[in-house]
Design a protein around this ligand. Sequence first.
Ligand code: ADP
Length: 617
Amino acid sequence: MRSSHDNAGTILIIDDNLANLQVLFTTLKQANYHVVPAQDANSTFTRLRHFTPDLILLDIIMPDVNGFELYRRLREHPPTAATPIIFISALSDSEAIVRGFKLGAVDYVSKPFCAEEVLARVGKQLALQRLHHELEAKNARLEQELLERQRLEESLRQAKEQAESANRAKSAFIANMNHELRTPLNAILGFAQILENDPSLSEKHRHNVQNIRSGGDYLLTLINDILDLAKIEAGRFELFPQTWKTSPFFLSLCEMFRIRAQQKGIFFDYQSTTALPAVLHCDDKRLRQVLMNLLGNAVKFTERGGVTLRSTYLDGRLVLEVTDTGIGIPAAQTEKIFQPFGQVGDAAYKQQGTGLGLSISHRLVTAMGGKLSLESKPGEGSTFRVQIPAEAVSTLNEVDTQTDPAKIIGYQRSQGLGRFRILITDDLPDNRAVLRQLLEPLRFEVAEADSGEQCLTRVPQWQPDLVLMDLHMPVLDGLQTTKALRESLHFKDIPVIAVSASAFNKDQQLALEAGCNAHISKPVILNQLLVELGRFLPLEWLYEASAPPEVPKGPPLSKEQKQKLLHMLKQGEIKRIRDYLSDLSQQPDCPVAVPELQKLAKSFRMVEIRKILEEAK
Ligand code: ADP
């Protein structure tokens, strides 16, 4: 410990010889040291009660207690235990000098004193002492920093653990909620689909059922969105690239948004800048999800003008642009809208969405190795541009042909006779009823099992051609039941389609590993179910005979009518065209082309309208 005196250092000199003491005292005092003299052990310890020296000069030969003994006592006295001690000895007494060093003295000065030598040795020891103190202080600081870092690392580790456990809890919660929401939704959507196909329903009731169905569909989209976000956040999101036909993909997408745009009184246009390859390889379902979100937003945020979807294919990259003439997005807010729940603008618009779509789209496009960018001008409109790598494929083999389930009224067996037997295994009566009522009208013979155990008894008794298997059942669940079937001698090859309320890929994977041939999610969508049945049962679907084409009747458009229409077309007055066509359609001699023109006008197909009018010239 340094003394508090403001000087070059505090030195305690212990020597019984007053003359020596005097010489040393004066020499050191002149060099600006604070010097405290003591003549024996007693006076030494009395003085040490009031201060702590930086250095001690200790005479070896003293009458009462000699220097070596006093050295020992000074070392036992805690404040001086580490104070450097220089022995004072006669020059000839080398034995005493060696002993002093052995005890731990740092140096010695010899009598008679040479002032320079004393000052040099004292100065050196004090300098060493200072360095030693500095080193100790530095070590203490380092130790403190090390401790601090260890504390920080520990608290980081704990925070990470807490976050991970919260994440695990969140994932488990979402998985449970997902299951809990899908189960009742299965009944809502299932029965709505059954009712929609019921011919005894009045138009009004059918309309109401359609409302239930579209509400259910919206709920399902929401559940899927939240699940997607959770999966992406938890890093458990997977892509399923496959080959797909571009033409039906864009056709169905455009059809859907043409209708939506039309209902809003805005136009929808699709332009292909370069010829698209007929078949591409990438995750078409995710791409469709992204485009549905972008197109949905474009229609939602546009009140005048319309929406254009542009496609380009260049160097293995598919570029899709969704341009609208809507409200636009201020530059300062572009970052926010890509965040989960990020919405900007009017409250009325916010109510129409959740703010999840764009953040999901952005992550999906990034996961596909692509880019989602935005150019927008408030008040003028926005262009969202998706660029993703997509390989052009020459084979069509892997692409499934699209089936329109609404028109399927039954099936014909490709081999064998009679109706196919389907065993529905589900512990919930509503779920069984939905499947039964979806399948029976198509002439499938249906039986039910309300548990895994009952399924295993019914299969040999009733010998179904296929089993629909719920995965979550008490006691014997769907996975165990399927495994048991696969281990049986006679039914190891029976097709089993898992039907589960879990939309996690992991569960689908588990189902396939347990021996299920395919997996469909609840709520069951009829066309998905039929696609899977078609894969595992040798059958050909029978379609509702389409109504015979109506022979158009009526006179051709008059010259005046044509000119009027062409004029309105030039002015882009689509509303007036529609009104005019509607007037014409009320007339008893309605021109033959009017219904077709009305259809085209409804979906803003100006080019085709012009073609008809010009051909009619
Ligand atoms: P949602 O549309 O469900 O609110 P999104 O994540 O799809 O969620 O969009 C987030 C927000 O971005 C929207 O609420 C809107 O403020 C803004 N936005 C998205 N697309 C457009 C667009 N085409 N024009 C104007 N604003 C848009």
